[in-house]
Design a protein around this ligand. Structure first.
Ligand code: ADP
Ligand code: ZN
Length: 644
């Protein structure tokens, strides 16, 4: 150990190369284990510091660390960022010319690389295997290891081939890493990657700096999204996830028309346009990308301040992973979602009309139910989210349900009226209708359709005056989410076994009261921090009306927007002025070097520079985030900015 690199130990590398004084979480233990030749499975949330777990051992062990990653588009950025730290890294993937690959192969065989990134499909080629035999491999790191799971949402068949690593290079330590893992995925990673004997390192999946918020969808959605993106998050970098390509383009255009620097991103765009959008997002401040889930895997931009979902994710895993892209820098960030009846209807119908096997459909339903439970909960969102990953926690104080406890009301009477309308249509008329017509009947709202179907003579006509149409939609949504109403062909409503328990009065239906920000197009304040006119009727929610258990039982939905979390600058004005000058210097420097600004220094490092004002190179080197290579490269320039 240390023979080739000249480093005595891990701490020295941590300080000298990475510029950090201490390990984060159990990084130190992983490093020690892998440097000593052990295999490891590392489950850590996004931003937890996974990369260091293999990068540092690769520097300490003789040979090159081989990193298997599906994220071809990001390899160049990763290699550039490592070069900034003075680490010799390269990649081999399909985007390179033959000459480029040749040069990389020669460097690897010649022992000139600390790290080599490879796409998984590469490893299945004989050529790549022969290449690895000709050089010296320090370790294998398998990034995004959940891609090996066939039940997961990111399955990549090429990952299955990675089990050969163990057979072919038995003496080389392997480390699998992911930020997404339920117990089932975790077990699959161990089994399929032949890591049965590996040591597990499982961190808490909590991302305490992310504030989770899920609001009922308002109509029009555009206004609601604009309130959030422009009203609360003005100038911040963020990602908006939408379900379809067309929607990403519409919403991006809408945001642009309203002065937000937004870019669409989806798999239907040509590669150059996608690359350009991604590059702007990574390199320029304050860009908002409106994307399908094709965007974001492996994006490690630290200062993404918000992730917004305007359509319901298909699983909690997906939601957790997408929201996890916010706030990697540990500064306050918001995961915001607008969710409504149409989401539930759409996704339920999609599953039922899909052609998959019954087993596959069951799986999709289970994924959706878990996601809906999270949307409808009246309990702490974080407790539910972490619970899904098998972690027990206490109410967090940093999610909407904790901050603005929803009111729970007894919705049994309303539910009975709704269900009996559905029964009457079916029994008396042999008909099934969608939510719109059923609600019109309950509200006694006469339309051409209610007249032509003669629905105004039904005995439940107009019995539902206690709610308006929007509120009835909330009721239907909650019943659908909890399986108290079923969906048939053409999104028609029907009954389930459980519906009858409600009809008979054997089952109570607590409903989350929608105290909506519906009318609150506040138009107020750019920078818009501060709760908007949400009018949450704050009856303390503790106890009263709740039903047990965190999951599907509980109904909810929400209101209230919270203070937009903005990159906090807790600096006094003189320091803030210096901070801004440092940022300007960084922007110029990054541009000249062709790398994203955060690769030069993170905001947090600039802030520390502004507050502590180091006057010497030694003092500068003491700051967390300043390693040897950056000290050499930027030290003098930074000292000059500080002293001027
Ligand atoms: P992950 O891959 O788990 O999402 P990264 O490896 O990208 O996380 O690290 C997340 C952030 O934490 C990065 O900005 C990184 O520079 C920082 N970081 C990693 N290790 C440390 C450490 N020991 N001390 C301080 N910051 C760290
Ligand atoms: Zn909470």
């Amino acid at each position: 150990m240390g023979v080739e690199t000249g480093y005595a130990n891990a701490r020295e590398v941590l300080r000298d190369v990475f510029g950090y004084d201490s390990f984060k979480g159990f990084q130190g233990e992983v490093v020690e284990h892998v440097v000593g030749g052990g295999d490891a499975v590392v489950l850590m949330p996004t931003g937890g510091g996974k990369s260091l777990c293999y990068q540092l051992p690769a520097l300490l062990r003789p040979g090159t660390g081989v990193v298997v990653s599906p994220l071809i588009a990001l390899m160049q950025d990763q290699v550039d960022a490592l070069a900034q730290l003075g680490i010799r890294a390269a990649f081999l993937n399909s985007t390179q010319s033959w000459e480029e690959s040749q040069a990389v192969e020669r460097a690897f065989v010649g022992g000139e690389l600390d790290l080599l990134y490879l796409a998984p499909e590469r490893l299945s080629s004989q050529r790549a295997k022969d290449l690895l035999d000709r050089g010296r491999v320090a370790l294998f790191a398998i990034d995004e290891a959940h891609c090996v799971s066939q039940w997961g949402h990111d399955f990549r068949p090429d990952y299955l081939g990675l089990s050969v690593l163990a057979e072919r290079w038995p003496g080389v330590p392997r480390i699998a890493l992911t930020a997404t893992a339920t117990a089932a995925t975790h077990a699959e990673i161990r089994q399929r990657l032949a890591l049965e004997d590996a040591r597990d390192f499982v961190a808490s999946f909590d991302r305490p700096n992310i504030r989770y918020r899920i609001e009922p969808k308002r109509s029009p959605l555009a206004g609601q999204l604009l309130d959030f993106v422009k009203g609360e998050q003005a100038g911040n970098c963020g990602i908006v996830y939408a379900a379809t390509r067309a929607r990403t383009e519409q919403l991006a255009a809408m945001l642009r028309a309203n002065g937000v620097d937004a870019e669409p991103y989806h798999a239907g765009m040509d590669a150059a346009a996608r690359r350009a959008a991604q590059a702007r997002f990574l390199r320029e401040p304050g860009v908002v990308v409106v994307a399908t889930i094709a965007f974001g895997m492996g994006i490690d931009k630290p200062d993404v301040r918000f992730v917004a979902h305007v359509d319901l994710p298909k699983s909690v895993e997906g939601y957790y992973q997408e929201t996890g892209r916010a706030g990697r820098d540990q500064e306050p960030a918001v995961a915001w979602m607008a969710y409504g009846l149409a989401d539930v209807v759409q996704q339920r119908s999609l599953i039922e009309s899909s052609t998959g096997s019954p087993e596959h459909k069951r799986l999709l339903r289970a994924h959706l139910d878990a996601m809906l439970a999270l949307c409808e909960t009246v309990e702490c969102r974080r407790v539910g989210l972490l619970g899904y990953f098998g972690e027990v926690s206490q109410p967090c104080g940093n999610c909407d349900t904790c901050l603005w406890p929803p009111q729970v009301v007894d919705g049994t009477r309303g539910a009975q009226k709704l269900l009996s309308t559905i029964v009457r249509l079916e029994r008396e008329r042999g008909q099934r209708f969608g939510a719109g017509q059923v609600i019109d009947i309950l509200c006694g709202r006469s339309t051409a359709k209610t007249r032509s179907w003669d629905h105004e003579t039904l005995s439940t006509w107009g019995v539902g005056q206690e709610y308006n149409q929007a509120q009835w939609r909330d009721v239907v949504r909650q019943l659908l989410a909890r399986g108290l109403v079923s969906l048939g062909d053409h999104s028609t409503l029907g009954l389930t076994e459980a519906s009858w328990e409600v009809m008979r009065g054997d089952r109570q239906v607590p409903l989350r009261r929608e105290v909506l920000a519906r009318s609150s197009r506040s138009g107020g304040g750019k920078g818009g921090v501060g709760p908007k006119a949400a009018g949450v009727v704050g009856e303390p929610s503790a106890g009263g009306g709740r039903v047990g258990g965190r999951a599907v039982q509980d109904s909810v939905a929400v209101a209230a927007s919270g203070p937009g979390a903005r990159a906090a600058d807790a600096l006094d004005s003189a320091d803030a002025e210096l901070f801004e000058r440092l940022r300007a210097w960084r922007a110029e420097t990054a541009k000249a070097a062709g790398v994203p600004a955060y690769v030069v220094f993170h905001d947090s490092v600039l802030r520390a520079m502004a507050a502590r004002r180091p006057a010497t190179r030694e003092a500068l080197f003491e700051l967390s985030g300043v390693g040897r290579a950056k000290l050499e490269r930027y030290g003098d320039a930074v000292l000059e900015v500080i002293s001027s």
